[in-house]
Every structure is written in structure tokens, then in C-alpha cells.
Design a protein around this ligand. Structure first.
Ligand code: FCB
Length: 464
């Protein structure tokens, strides 16, 4: 509890985020070709209720109305992703002008409303032909990504200053190729590790090329980071936490911000790979200097040493997400959870921000995603999402605590602007500040949206 108003720095970038496949729809329009998520979602049994992103929020056709809603919220910035197969069908070769035009119009409309566009280049929609050629476990995909990044930057760079290469490479690598819970749905520990490396290589190549074109732009990557806590002080639990921290956080933080894989992680993975896929010069490319780091924060991992074999757990707790450390147990503490069953842990956001700043970098940090799924009810045309609002409030208070302690946090993007296609959960999980009725495509700003507009307006939080 605080009896004081919490004010944020005057240039704090208040935003909201989405991703192409989760909102655009128009999957077969304007020259777009399938990505791995089209193939995956159309494969029976992969996504809850067989939901696909074919129509999603129909944002492709409704983006002008959606930008009006953003303006009503007072957003200073909007983080969206470019669909690779929309702007470069098939994943190689020439650009698709119709696809690029869509994003140019989107960006122009944002700018016309005084909203800073923030592009994420890769939010998980690899063009299917590149997956057919080996996907991210294949080295060539990194070079293809750098080409696509240049083509997109060349088209939008005159009006977009903020560029994120990858969104959450952990998910692309370890859910996509480890557990197979995400597209492309493959399950091979070595492939997951190689995918993670090639994603980072693509990131580094892209940053080099884009910075050479526009040194005045801001370039970064977005990682999903978690504090990892051992269940007890027992050394075996501490070792379990070290292992999961290695795979979830340091697998990406260390190469990108320090130029090497951690020694203990290499040891943990020695039964899976000899790291022969890491070529001379890769780590220098991967650690190409950035101008900012994006952090997506949702929850904490609490883990423990194995006792008689790890229980099978769904999704990101599945043993196959954690190559070489499959036996670690994920512990449920019984604290309040969201509709994703993710524990609500706002202090973990402070820890995460402070850790990145203390251990890795002085660069400006941005929370590029933070939010929660809850079941919403439309009553008399209104959605009173007090639980989601409380989640945002607690995490923004945590963000303020981090800033007060010296963390150079420069912005916050709520996940998400509107309800959307939550990957393997289809439309069954709602993260939006704006409710979407998928039958009518009606949008209803929830209580959390009105509250967030007020936060932005006062540049801070009211006293409690
Ligand atoms: C993140 C993703 C985002 C959304 C949220 C809930 O992992 O980046 O697309 O699914 O989780």
C-alpha cells in the first residue's frame, strides 16, 4: 500500500502490444502465404478446439478502427509484428508490395494519431517453405531472416524508429522444436538447442544490417525472462533452479549481451549437443551491440530436484521443453494464478529488471509485454475485469519500484491491446484490455482499458 501517487519519468513510453498471427486474420489475402502457424493450427489436435488464425480479430481490415481505439486509450506507442509471409511470401525472394503497403498504411495511421510505431520482425510466423527446408534448426534460416529484416526495414524505416528482431526466442526454440506445443510442433532436444542458436544468429545478422542502414534507429530483442526460485534451500533444489535459469534466461542473455554461452549450461547440454553448430564468429555476431533490451514478464518459475521421475506437466512445464534437465520438477505453490494457470508474482518483475540491469547491461530496458488472461463476462455490454486491472496495477507498481532503484526502464507495453488468438489455446484465453466478440468482431473496452487510459493520462498511478 502506498499513500502517494506514483509518477513515471516524463518520457515514459506507454504502449500496448499485439502480434500479426494473433490479430490480423486475412490469412490468404494480399499475397500472404502460409506460415508454420497456419500449418500447425490446421493440423487436427494441435490447438484447442481446432481454432486457427484465419480470421482472428480481422485487424487486417479493421486496423483504422482499432487505431481509433488506441488513440482513445491515449497510447504513446503500439508494438505490433510484421507477418513475414505477408511481406515476403515463401520466405525468400522479392518483397510482396501489397503486404508492405498494408504495414505502411498501418504505420501512417498510427503516426497520424500521434502513436509511435514499434515493429517486431519475428513473432513466430516462419514461412512454411523455410520450415520445409529445415526450419530454425537449419543454419540458413538465420540468413533468410536477415534478408527479410532488411527488406522490411527498407520499406518502413523512413517512418519506424523502434525495431525488435525476435519475440521470445525461447518459445520459438523450446516450444516449437523441443516440446512441440507450438508450431512447427517438432520434438527433438538437439533441434531445440540449434534453433535457439540460429534464432540468435539471425538476430545478430539483422541488427548489423539494419544498423548499417540507419544508425539512428533503436534496435533490440525481446526475451521472456523469469526469476527462477528453488523450492527449498537444499543444494539439489538450488541446482534445479540453476539449470532452469540456464535454459530459460541465460541461454539467450549470455550470448546476446556477453558474447558466450555459460559454461554450466554447456555442461548441462553436453549429452545433447557438442555445440558444433556454433561456428567461429557466431558469438561476435550474436552479441552485436544493441540500443535497448525488451523484456516480457508474466510469472516466476519455482523448481525442485527430481524425486523419482518428473511428473508430466503441460505446456512450458513439459519435460521436453528443458533439454538435459528434463527431470527438474516445476512446483505449484498455491498462490493466486491467472486463467493460464500462471502464478501472479509482481515482485518477480522487480527482480527480473534489476537482475538484467545489474548482471548484464546498462542499456535502456522496456517491458515489451506484461499482462494476464482471465475469464471475462459481458454484462449489459460492459466487461468489468477487476482481476486483470489488479494484475496491471501490481506490475506497474513493481515497474515503478524498479525505476526508483535505478533500473533504466523506459517503457511498458500491456499485453494485449485486445483479446486475440492465444496460440495453442486458440481463442479460449483472453488477455485483452479490449474485449473482442469473435462472431460480430465487436470491440468493447474493458474496465482495465479505461483504467490504463487514466494511468497514461496522469503518467502514473493514483495513491492507494
Ligand atoms: C507471450 C507471447 C504473446 C502472448 C503472451 C500471452 O509468450 O509473446 O504472443 O501469447 O505470451
Amino acid at each position: 500500500m502506498t499513500d502517494q501517487e506514483l509518477t513515471f519519468p516524463s518520457d515514459f513510453l506507454w504502449g500496448a502490444a499485439t502480434a500479426a498471427y494473433q490479430i490480423e486474420g486475412a490469412a490468404r489475402e494480399g499475397g500472404r502465404t502460409p506460415s508454420i502457424w497456419d500449418t500447425f493450427s490446421h493440423t487436427p489436435g494441435k490447438v484447442v478446439a481446432g481454432h486457427t488464425g484465419d480470421v482472428a480479430c480481422d485487424h487486417y481490415h479493421r486496423f483504422r478502427d482499432d487505431i481509433k481505439l488506441m488513440a482513445d486509450l491515449g497510447l504513446r506507442s503500439y508494438r505490433f509484428s510484421v507477418s513475414w509471409p505477408r511481406v515476403q511470401p515463401g520466405g525468400s525472394g522479392p518483397a510482396n508490395q501489397t503486404g508492405l503497403d498494408f504495414y505502411r498504411e498501418l504505420v501512417d495511421e498510427l503516426l497520424a494519431h500521434g502513436i509511435e510505431p514499434w515493429v517486431t520482425l519475428y513473432h513466430w510466423d516462419l514461412p512454411q517453405p523455410l520450415e520445409d527446408a529445415g526450419g530454425w534448426p537449419a543454419r540458413d534460416t538465420a540468413a533468410r531472416f536477415a534478408d527479410y529484416a532488411q527488406l522490411t526495414h527498407a520499406a518502413l524505416g523512413d517512418r519506424v524508429r523502434y525495431w525488435t528482431t525476435l519475440n521470445e526466442p525461447w518459445c520459438s526454440a523450446f516450444l516449437g522444436y523441443g516440446s512441440g506445443a507450438h508450431a512447427p510442433g517438432r520434438s527433438d532436444p538437439g533441434d531445440a538447442v540449434r534453433a535457439g542458436h540460429h534464432l540468435m544468429l539471425g538476430h545478430g545478422l539483422a541488427v548489423q544490417a539494419l544498423r548499417a542502414a540507419r544508425a539512428d534507429h533503436e534496435f533490440g530483442v525481446t526475451l521472456n525472462l523469469y526469476p527462477v526460485t528453488p523450492q527449498t534451500q537444499d543444494p539439489a533444489d538450488a541446482d534445479a533452479a540453476r539449470r532452469i535459469d540456464g535454459l530459460a534466461n541465460r541461454f539467450f542473455l549470455d550470448p546476446i549481451l556477453r558474447g558466450d554461452y555459460p559454461e554450466d549450461l554447456r555442461n548441462d547440454l553436453s549429452g545433447i549437443t557438442d555445440f558444433g553448430h556454433v561456428h567461429d564468429g557466431d558469438l561476435a555476431t550474436i552479441s552485436t551491440p544493441l540500443s535497448m533490451v525488451g523484456i516480457n514478464y508474466y510469472s516466476r518459475h519455482v523448481v525442485a530436484a527430481p524425486v523419482g521421475g518428473a511428473p508430466a506437466e503441460p505446456y512450458w512445464r513439459a519435460p521436453s521443453c528443458w533439454p538435459g534437465s528434463e527431470q527438474v520438477r516445476f512446483v505449484t505453490r498455491g498462490v493466486p494464478v491467472t486463467d493460464m494457470n500462471w502464478e501472479i508474482d509482481a515482485p518477480g518483475l522487480v527482480e527480473t529488471l534489476q537482475r538484467v540491469h545489474r548482471e548484464y547491461t546498462d542499456l535502456p530496458l522496456y517491458i515489451t509485454e506484461n499482462g494476464s488472461a482471465f475469464v471475462d463476462a459481458v454484462i449489459d455490454g460492459q466487461v468489468d475485469d477487476t482481476d486483470r486491472l489488479a494484475y496491471f496495477d501490481a506490475h506497474l507498481r513493481a515497474a515503478h519500484t524498479a525505476i526508483s532503484s535505478g533500473v533504466p526502464l523506459r517503457g511498458y507495453f500491456a499485453w494485449s491491446l485486445m483479446d486475440n488468438y492465444e496460440w495453442a489455446w486458440g481463442y479460449t484465453k483472453r488477455f485483452g484490455m479490449i474485449y473482442v466478440d469473435y462472431d460480430s468482431q465487436l470491440r468493447i473496452p474493458k474496465s482495465s482499458a479505461r483504467w490504463y487510459a487514466e494511468v497514461i493520462r496522469r503518467n502514473g498511478l493514483a495513491a492507494q
